[in-house]
Write a protein that binds this ligand. Structure first.
Ligand code: FES
Ligand code: FES
Length: 180
């Protein structure tokens, strides 16, 4: 049974080793913020951060994820305060939102390595598909997230989407803090 660390919690999946990580996260860990788009590595909706790299969880088995450190959108911040999350909201780079978790993870991985990315850096690091076409706003949001990370700018906290983190944790056990 493959073991790994998900959002800073040790996890052991009692599933077939060739199960895609995407399905283990969504179906077993109830971390449904990671989305299924294409299942073949094209769209990026399933991106999570594994050992610092934004990777497509539909293409990685839980056997391949053994021993690795995985962060999903639920683990990026508990209060939507990560600069990428704040900037995506502030730049209105979200329409239907289906692609947003994958984009946030790719953007967060980029900003962690390079907080002053060029437009080309952003386009290369975030190849995610968005059926709503938020691409121009997406680039502006990641540039802005970089400025926030470099302390050149602040963004007020992202508005609550109608549910508090605590209320969400009551509904979704996977969102609870380890000591709760
Ligand atoms: S669902 Fe993984 S890349 Fe589309
Ligand atoms: S905002 Fe709808 S798919 Fe990107």
């Amino acid at each position: 049974m493959p073991r790994m660390t998900v959002n800073e919690q040790p996890v052991e999946f009692d599933m077939e080793p060739d199960t895609p990580l995407l399905w283990a996260l969504r179906d077993a860990a109830n971390l449904t913020g990671t989305k299924y788009g294409c299942g073949v590595g094209d769209c990026g909706a399933c991106m999570v951060i594994i050992d610092g790299e934004a990777l497509r969880s539909c293409l990685i088995t839980i056997a391949e994820a053994e021993g690795r450190f995985i962060t999903t959108i639920e683990g990026l911040s508990r209060d939507r305060s990560h600069p990428v999350q704040q900037a995506l909201v502030a730049e209105q780079a979200i329409q239907c939102g289906f692609c947003t978790p994958g984009i946030a993870m790719a953007g967060a991985a980029l900003i962690a390595k390079n907080a002053d990315p060029s437009r080309e850096d952003i386009e290369q690091a975030i190849p995610n598909l968005c059926r709503c076409g938020v691409y121009p706003r997406l680039v502006r949001a990641i540039e802005r997230a970089g400025r926030v990370t470099r302390r050149r700018e602040t963004i007020s906290a992202a508005p609550a989407p109608g549910i508090s983190a605590e209320d969400a944790a009551e509904e979704v056990p996977a969102l609870r803090a380890p000591d709760e």
